[in-house]
Design a protein around this ligand. Structure first.
Ligand SMILES: [Zn+2]
Length: 51
């Protein structure tokens, strides 16, 4: 098992959630992982470690 991919796995169906850009909060580029059937699963901020 690869734990690094847990954030993009749907908790409801276990399927893969394709990342989509989500920068509407004004902070910058974020990725939201959206299951085609169950909606958004998690949001990842690639730049959080830089702050
Ligand atoms: Zn799902």
């Amino acid at each position: 098992m690869i734990d690094d991919e847990a954030y993009r796995t749907c908790s409801a169906c276990g399927g893969d959630c394709p990342p989509e850009p989500c920068g509407a909060d004004g902070i910058g580029a974020r990725l939201v992982f959206v299951c085609p059937r169950h909606g958004a699963q998690s949001i990842m901020d690639p730049f959080s470690r830089l702050r």
